[in-house]
Design a protein around this ligand. Structure first.
Ligand code: WQD
Length: 343
């Protein structure tokens, strides 16, 4: 391990992407602290991080919508130079039933973390955004300049608004530089199977649904539609391995630290640029796990877009980042994680 680089605050460090990013930060010599109120996670993830890296990460169990409590983290750690802000509610479906809760949580926590970045002179800020900011776009592959369509959910709107807040803030005096990362479909787990996604119960995203079906937590699963206008009739998505996604954050910090940013709030898509259909994903699982999945074809799911995948050229060239894992690696690691946590 190289000598310690800057100290980084990871909000949502006990969550799926946050915990994997802690591992990549530690592996790359960063000092880290986490802030997570455990509203949708547990500190088990930090135990996994410790098993993998040997480093025990301190978690501040703080509600980031509380400014005084957020400040206290910085008072204790005045040397924080980088902030990676993952902490947020993320369920598209829940957000429709709880829009105010989503705005309260996702917007106030962002504002408070930005207040602190400014007050405590933390110059580098990375924001978790989402391909959902593009709405139902026909432009494929999606480039960063693809215009936003109407947000399909309050969740997606919190991400659109978050990006706008960061851009306005960056325009003020530019003391804090940001990178906004728009994730496509994160999936997979750490190679060691010590860390992975603690999916919602029951899971709703495709990859955990597949592994839960295979292990017998559910009897069967449904492919939501096979009559779309795609190569096999099922929907197309850009699945990005969580460790490749984690590494995009580390690369973004390096990019900011080296002053390579073009603006004070550069935006990057984080996908692999390849669309995979639901049936192809199932096939990849069956091949890697050497196991038949019990699935049936069902109706289309309300709100699904037919196809969405990234043009990741910008992130690959400017951030010097390269996704190294494909859908087979996603399935292999997700399956190992499912078996490890069920054992
Ligand atoms: C993938 C594909 C389903 C389950 C969501 C959010 C998005 C982003 C990522 C945050 C679709 C199909 C799924 C199943 C299936 N999150 N499917 N049977 O909807 O692309 O994206 O997570 O920013 O905003 O909307 O992900 O994993 O739910 O679905 O056929 O049991 O798998 O129809 O085509 P989605 P997903």
């Amino acid at each position: 391990m190289s000598e310690s680089k800057m100290k980084v605050l990871v909000t949502g460090g006990c969550g799926y992407i946050g915990s994997h990013t802690l591992v990549d930060l530690i592996d790359n010599g960063y000092e880290v602290v986490s802030a997570d109120n455990l509203s949708n996670s547990t500190e088990d993830a930090l135990a996994g991080v410790e098993k993998i890296t040997g480093v025990k990460v301190k978690n501040y169990r703080v509600d980031l919508t509380d400014l005084a409590a957020t400040r206290a983290i910085f008072q204790e750690n005045p040397d924080i130079e980088g902030i990676i802000h993952f902490a947020a509610y993320k369920s598209v479906g829940d957000s429709v039933f709880n829009p105010l809760g989503y705005f309260h949580n996702n917007i106030n926590s962002l504002l408070n973390v930005l207040y602190c970045a400014e007050e405590y002179n933390a110059p580098h800020f990375i924001f978790s955004s989402s391909c959902s900011v593009y709405g139902n776009t026909d432009a494929l592959p999606v480039v960063e300049s693809t215009p936003f369509q109407e947000a399909e959910s309050p969740y997606a709107r919190t991400k659109q608004m978050g990006e706008q807040i960061i851009r306005d803030f960056a325009g003020k005096d530019g003391k804090v530089s940001s990178v906004i990362l728009r994730y496509f479909n994160p999936a997979g787990a750490h190679e060691t199977a010590q860390l992975g996604e603690a999916a919602s119960n029951p899971a709703t995203n495709l990859v955990p649904v597949i592994t839960e079906t295979a292990i017998g937590k559910r009897e069967s699963m449904t492919v939501f539609g096979d009559n779309y206008n795609t190569r096999d009739g099922s929907c197309v998505r850009d699945y990005i391995h969580v460790m490749d996604l984690a590494n995009a954050h580390v690369k973004s910090l390096e990019y900011l630290a080296e002053g390579k940013n073009a603006t004070k709030a550069d935006i990057f898509n984080v996908g692999i640029g390849e669309g995979v259909t639901v049936l192809e994903a199932i096939n990849a699982f069956e091949k890697t796990a050497d196991k038949k999945l019990n699935y049936q074809i069902g109706d289309r799911r309300a709100g699904d877009v037919v196809a969405v995948y990234a043009d990741p050229n910008n992130s690959m060239t400017k951030l010097d980042w390269e996704p190294k894992r494909n859908i087979d690696e996603i399935m292999r690691t997700a399956w190992n994680w499912e078996k490890a946590r069920t054992a």
